[in-house]
Design a protein. Sequence first.
Length: 130
Amino acid sequence: MTTIVAVRSDADRVLAVHRARELARALAWDDRDRGAFETIVLELSQNLIDHGGGGEIHLRRCDERGLEVVAIDRGRGIARLGDALRGGVSPRAGLGEGLAAVRRLGHELRVTTHPSRGTVVLARRWARAR
């Protein structure tokens, strides 16, 4: 089952993080794993607002220990994807660390971006074995 949150404002971003927290708690994730996944969702939601003109967050389990988030926008795309993944570069006043943080905190990351058509980011994280 997939949970979809339309993200256009800070209130929507908070809702997306809340839904991510619920999913992680349902899997009995510890604070470290849950916090990492919440941060991934927070960063991707913020990117939707700041760079994509809004979009959608899709959340779901990807197996018995994993969670997945897909962020979809119809914005202008990421012109310098390699730089965005390394961090420190932003077309706006931000620090440019959002996608780089998602890369560090996630266990799997895929990005598809097209100029003037938008960006799709898939990130997955698995709970550590106990």
